[in-house]
Design a protein around this ligand. Structure first.
Ligand code: APR
Length: 240
C-alpha cells in the first residue's frame, strides 16, 4: 500500500464557503495582516485579534465539509497510512472523518496559553471572551493560531511525514507562506506530486514534477482519489 500524504491550504475549504487569503476578495483584502495576524498585533491590539478569529470561528462552525474533504477522508480509510497536513485552521477535515490531521498554523476550535505555544484548551461555541485565563499557567488565553513572526511548532513533524511519502497530493494553496510552502522540498526525489487547484500557483522548481489538476477541489480531488484507489488498492483475487 502506498504511503500518501495530503497537504492542503485554504482552497480545499473555499467551496465550503470559507474565504481564502489571496484570491480576489480574499481575507487579506479586508483585513491588514499586521492588524490581526502577527505577534505584534496580539501584543498591541489583542481585542481586535480576538474579534477577527471569533468571526472566522463563527463562519467555520456554520460551514460543512465539502466533497474534497470527504474524498480525502475516504482515501485515508482505503489507505490507512495516509496522513494529512493542513495550513488551515478549520476543522472540516476532521468533520469529514479524517484522523490525525497535522495543523501547521493552528486550530480555530482551540485557544492556547500566552506562555506555552502548545498548551491548548478546547473552546465551546464560537466566541472567545478576551481576558479568560489558561487553567494551568494562568496566562491570558489567545487564539491557537500561528501568527506571522511566530514559530511553526509542528513543521518538523510535517517534514518527517513528507519525507516518507510515496505519493504527495497538494490541494488549494498558493505556496506563498513559509516554512509550510517548503514542505515539497522534503519529499523523496521522483515521487508523483499531484496539485489540485483551479488557479496557477507559482510552482517554481517543481513545475516539471507536478501533475497539475487545474480544477476546483470538489471536482479534482474526488476524481484523483478514485483514480488512486483503482490504481493502488490491492484487491485479493477471490479465485486465487
Ligand atoms: N479549489 C481548489 N483550490 C482553490 C479553490 C477551489 N475551489 N479556490 C481557490 N483555490 C486556490 C487558489 O488558486 C490559491 O492557489 O487556493 C489557493 C489559496 O491560496 P491562499 O489564499 O494564499 O491560501 P493558502 O495558500 O492556504 O495560505 C497559506 O497564508 O495567510 C496565511 O496562515 C495563512 O494558512 C494560510 C497561509
Amino acid at each position: 500500500m502506498p504511503k500518501i500524504v495530503v497537504f492542503t491550504g485554504a482552497g480545499v475549504s473555499a467551496e465550503s464557503g470559507l474565504g481564502t487569503f489571496r484570491d480576489s476578495d480574499g481575507l487579506w483584502e479586508h483585513y491588514r495582516v499586521e492588524d490581526v495576524c502577527t505577534h505584534e498585533a496580539w501584543l498591541t491590539n489583542p481585542q481586535l485579534c480576538v474579534k477577527f478569529y471569533n468571526d472566522r470561528r463563527r463562519d467555520t462552525l456554520a460551514a460543512k465539509p465539502n466533497a474534497a474533504h470527504i474524498a480525502i477522508a475516504k482515501l485515508q480509510q482505503v489507505f490507512p497510512d495516509t496522513q494529512i497536513i493542513t495550513q488551515n485552521i478549520d476543522d472540516l477535515h476532521e468533520r469529514a472523518g479524517a484522523k490525525g490531521v497535522v495543523h501547521l498554523h493552528g486550530e480555530i476550535t482551540k485557544l492556547r496559553s500566552s506562555l506555552n505555544e502548545t498548551a491548548t484548551v478546547p473552546l465551546q461555541g464560537w466566541e472567545q471572551h478576551y481576558g479568560d485565563r489558561h487553567p494551568d499557567d494562568g496566562s491570558l488565553l489567545r487564539p491557537y493560531i500561528v501568527f506571522f513572526g511566530e514559530g511553526v511548532p509542528y513543521f518538523e513533524e510535517a517534514c518527517h511525514i513528507a519525507a516518507m511519502a510515496d505519493i504527495m497530493i497538494v490541494v488549494g494553496t498558493s505556496l506563498n507562506v513559509y516554512p509550510a510552502a517548503s514542505l515539497l522540498h522534503y519529499t523523496k526525489p521522483g515521487i508523483p506530486v499531484y496539485f489540485v487547484d483551479p488557479g496557477q500557483p507559482e510552482f517554481g522548481v517543481w513545475a516539471d514534477r507536478i501533475t497539475h489538476i487545474k480544477k476546483k477541489a470538489t471536482e479534482g480531488v474526488p476524481e484523483l482519489v478514485e483514480h488512486l484507489i483503482r490504481e493502488y488498492r490491492q484487491t485479493e483475487d477471490p479465485l486465487n
